[in-house]
Design a protein. Structure first.
Length: 134
């Protein structure tokens, strides 16, 4: 992949993947989960070194929309509401180049933190509200 700008971008809903196709015929594929946990947004990366926020429970996250940002990036919207990361062509190329290492590091960080890729059970997302007294 010499040129970092893809000639085609495809969102594959069935396989929950984003495909980037380049002029030399090469193809790069990312799962929605991979892109979500490696979002370049401040919500994920923080505002500086050491401020990264580990993204857990994202195994089933899906890409809802993919939109171009000028000629240099994609804006991705995920079904968990995350939509603040701008994925530049350079950033996507670096993700592609280091995909296995990044994924392995992510899994190790989850394990060390005692967290999982699985979403929280629905029961744990319910907040009990006590009746108000008159």
């Amino acid at each position: 992949m010499q040129n970092k700008t893809p000639t085609e971008v495809k969102l594959r809903k069935r396989s929950n993947t984003l495909e980037l196709i380049y002029s030399d015929g090469s193809l790069v594929e990312f799962t929605s989960e991979f892109l979500r946990v490696h979002s370049p947004s401040a919500e994920v990366r923080g505002h500086g070194k050491g401020q990264e926020v580990l993204q857990a429970g994202k195994r089933n996250v899906k890409l809802k929309t993919v939109a171009p940002v000028g000629n240099y990036a994609l804006k991705l919207e995920f079904d968990d509401g995350h939509n603040s990361g701008i994925f530049s062509w350079d950033y996507l190329a670096s993700l592609s180049q280091d995909k296995k290492t990044l994924w392995d590091d992510y899994l190790l960080k989850l394990e060390k933190a005692g967290k999982t890729r699985e979403p929280a059970p629905l029961d744990s997302q319910i907040i009990e509200i006590k009746p108000l007294k008159n």
